[in-house]
Ligand binder design. Structure first.
Ligand SMILES: Cc1cc2nc3c(=O)[nH]c(=O)nc-3n(C[C@H](O)[C@H](O)[C@H](O)COP(=O)(O)OP(=O)(O)OC[C@H]3O[C@@H](n4cnc5c(N)ncnc54)[C@H](O)[C@@H]3O)c2cc1C
Length: 349
């Protein structure tokens, strides 16, 4: 059982900034995300696009914003459960919650902050018989740890950035990489397409287009796939089949938690973004209220106010006096201390 003060569902920009604001109040956070990496939409959809409306940053790449948020929160030592979807919530008699993921990981916290954005990103799956049987037995829809593929044969299918980027990355790790796409044209960054072309000519990527994987074979695990190219069926031995056809967001299991939902978003009050379940907050893109704007800076604001109420729930009767970080400094849970240089009182002769 993972125990924490604030359990955050969703490691997008809103969830990541919550770690910092909670840390200032000496509250510890743990984040669950269905994706293999933190950053939410910023890292999954548009890591290389510049954002122009983050206060204080005239221009910042979405990927760099994620890096900065992780760096800012690092001192408060957040925990992460990545690649798992928060599935169920149970309220205990003392008012605290147990949230369990689809992989059975249990988390216990007095406060839950849902920062689930558009919902958990679910992989778009190809239509292949027995596909589900091979999931986690050689079929993966996202790459969590590239080392799993060291010296293994890998078939990747897809025609976007993920398929291109992972084919390039795994070309130096796997013993054999085959990229299958149903068109001859790829829809990705020009330099990635060029790199795949180069690796194909070097014999490091086996490119099969226009083609589709139509069947998977193997008694217990993936052992081979059938690739249909024109009218020909090619059987190819492989250890892994990784379809990378993109992810589509779904509010998913959270919609069955008894929360008030309006137009696929969670209704909250505008005092502290609490839901109809006391102790459960919803912040960032996932919530709705009159005048709501789905912007990163609004998520940051909501996270900040939510943490104040979380503090009161976790420390009943205790009063928190807001201090500027320039005045109080920042004490990390890792023993670090950041503070502005102190003024000196000294006579000048
Ligand atoms: C192309 C594009 C450009 C944009 N440009 C801008 C811009 O210029 N400025 C701006 O302010 N905003 C912009 N946005 C919007 C901005 O990205 C969102 O407002 C922001 O990402 C919301 O952050 P969030 O943390 O609330 O949610 P998200 O970033 O959506 O993160 C939510 C996370 O929660 C996870 N999750 C959800 N449900 C579960 C569950 N049950 N279990 C586990 N994990 C779960 C998801 O996997 C996801 O990682 C843009 C969006 C897009 C798509």
């Amino acid at each position: 059982m993972i125990k924490t003060d604030i359990l955050i569902i969703g490691a997008g920009p809103t969830g990541l900034f919550t770690v910092f604001e909670a840390g200032l109040l000496k509250l510890k956070c743990h984040l669950i995300d269905a994706l293999a990496q933190p950053g939410g939409q910023c890292s999954e959809i548009y890591p290389k696009k510049p954002i122009y409306d983050i206060p204080g940053f005239p221009e910042i790449l979405a990927g760099d914003l994620t890096k900065n948020l992780l760096e800012q929160g690092k001192q408060f030592e957040p925990g992460f459960t990545l690649g798992e979807r928060a599935e169920t919530i149970e309220k205990l008699e003392d008012g605290s919650f147990i949230v369990t993921t689809n992989k059975g990981t249990k988390h216990h916290a007095p406060v839950v902050a849902i920062a689930g954005g558009l919902g958990s990103f679910e992989p778009r799956k190809p239509i292949i018989d027995n596909l589900e049987f091979y999931e986690d037995k050689g079929v993966e829809y996202m790459i969590k740890d590239p080392e799993v593929y060291r010296d293994k044969k890998v078939v990747i299918s897809g025609g976007g950035d993920s398929a291109l980027d992972w084919s390039i990355f795994l070309a130096n790790i796997a013993s054999e990489v085959t990229l299958v796409h149903r068109r001859n044209e790829f829809r990705g960054a020009l330099d990635s397409v060029e790199k795949v072309k180069e690796l194909k000519h070097l014999g490091k990527i086996n490119l099969i287009t226009p083609a589709e994987v139509t069947a998977i074979h193997g008694d217990l695990n993936v052992e081979a796939v059938t690739i249909q190219k024109d009218d020909e069926n090619i059987r190819l031995e492989t250890d892994h089949f990784i379809p990378l056809f993109g992810l589509s967001p779904k509010l998913g299991p959270i919609s069955d938690w008894g929360l008030e939902i309006e137009k696929n978003a969670i209704k909250v009050d505008t005092l502290d973004y609490q839901t109809n379940i006391p102790g459960v907050f919803a912040i960032g893109d996932v919530n709705t209220y009159e005048g709501k704007l789905k912007l990163i800076l609004c998520g940051f604001h909501e996270a900040t106010l939510m943490c104040q109420s979380a503090y009161k729930i976790i420390n009943p009767g205790k009063k928190y006096v807001l201090k500027y970080t320039t005045v109080s400094g920042v004490d990390g849970f890792d023993g670090t201390r950041k503070e502005a240089p102190k003024a000196v009182v000294q006579a000048i002769d």
